[in-house]
Design a protein around this ligand. Structure first.
Ligand code: MG
Length: 233
C-alpha cells in the first residue's frame, strides 16, 4: 500500500446509486417543478447545470426559475428522501468491496489517513456513512450543503481536497495522497490539487467509458477497490 492519504468520492465510488446521470436528472426535474421553472430543460440541456459551477444561477434563470438561489436546497431535500426510499428497497447500497478495503487501510501498520470528498450535502453524506456503518473509518469528511456559495467548492474545484490535505498536514515531499473517484470531476479536482488521481470504472459505467478522450487523464484506472493495493507509481 503505497499511499499515505486516501481520499474517496462517495456516490458511484463507494455507494451504488444506479445510473447516476439518470438519478440526478430525475431529481433535477422535481426540483425545477417545485421552483416552478417556466422552461424546464429537455434532454442534454439538463447537463449544462452539472458543469456550470458558480454559473448555475444564470442557467436556472434561463429556464425561468424565479428563486434560483433555493435550487440546491430543494435538490438536496429531494435527493435525501429518494435515497432513503431506495436504500430501504436495496436499490442503493454500498459496493461489496468497500468494507474490506476501508478496514485494510484503516488498520494498516503505517497509520494511513482516510477521508471523503463529496459534492453531496453533508447531512446526506452523514446519513449514508452512519447507515452503512463506515463512518468510523474516515478521519475527515468534506461535503457541501451549506448553501453559502458552496458550489465554488464543489469538484472539479480542488478546494475540498486541499482543505482535507491541510487538516492532515500533508507535505508532498514527505507523503503521497490519492483520490479515488468515478467521474471526470474527481480526476480534474485531484490533478488540480496536485495529487494522484485514480478513476474507478464500476461496472464499466458509461459515464466514464470514454475517459481516454478527457483532456485531463487519471494516473490510474481500476475496476474494483482491491486493485488499489497494487498501484505503483
Ligand atoms: Mg461520484
Amino acid at each position: 500500500m503505497k499511499f499515505d492519504i486516501y481520499l474517496f468520492d462517495l456516490d458511484g465510488t463507494l455507494l451504488h446509486l444506479g445510473n447516476i446521470r439518470h438519478y440526478a436528472g430525475k431529481i433535477l426535474m422535481e426540483a425545477l417543478k417545485r421552483l416552478r421553472a417556466k422552461y424546464p430543460p429537455t434532454g442534454d440541456e439538463k447537463f449544462k447545470l452539472w458543469t456550470s459551477q458558480q454559473g448555475y444561477l444564470k442557467v436556472l434563470e434561463g429556464w425561468g426559475v424565479e428563486e434560483p438561489q433555493n435550487f440546491w436546497k430543494f435538490f438536496d431535500e429531494i435527493d435525501f428522501e429518494k435515497r432513503k426510499t431506495l436504500i430501504k428497497e436495496k436499490k442503493v447500497y454500498l459496493y461489496q468491496d468497500v468494507n474490506y478495503m476501508l478496514k485494510k487501510i484503516y488498520h494498516h501498520k503505517d497509520s494511513k489517513k482516510l477521508a471523503i470528498v463529496t459534492n453531496t450535502a453533508y447531512y446526506i453524506c452523514d446519513f449514508i456513512l452512519n447507515k452503512f456503518n463506515i463512518k468510523k473509518f474516515f478521519h475527515e469528511t468534506f461535503s457541501l450543503g451549506y448553501y453559502d456559495n458552496d458550489q465554488e467548492l464543489a469538484k472539479p474545484s480542488p478546494k475540498g481536497i486541499l482543505t482535507i490535505l491541510d487538516k492532515f498536514k500533508y507535505d508532498p515531499n514527505e507523503s503521497n495522497a490519492i483520490l479515488v473517484g468515478d467521474s471526470k470531476l474527481d480526476i480534474i479536482a485531484a490533478k488540480n490539487a496536485k495529487i494522484y488521481a485514480c478513476l474507478i470504472r464500476r461496472e464499466l459505467n458509461p459515464r466514464n467509458m470514454r475517459y481516454k478522450e478527457w483532456n485531463i487523464q487519471p494516473d490510474f484506472v481500476i475496476e474494483e477497490l482491491n486493485e488499489l493495493f497494487d498501484l505503483q507509481y
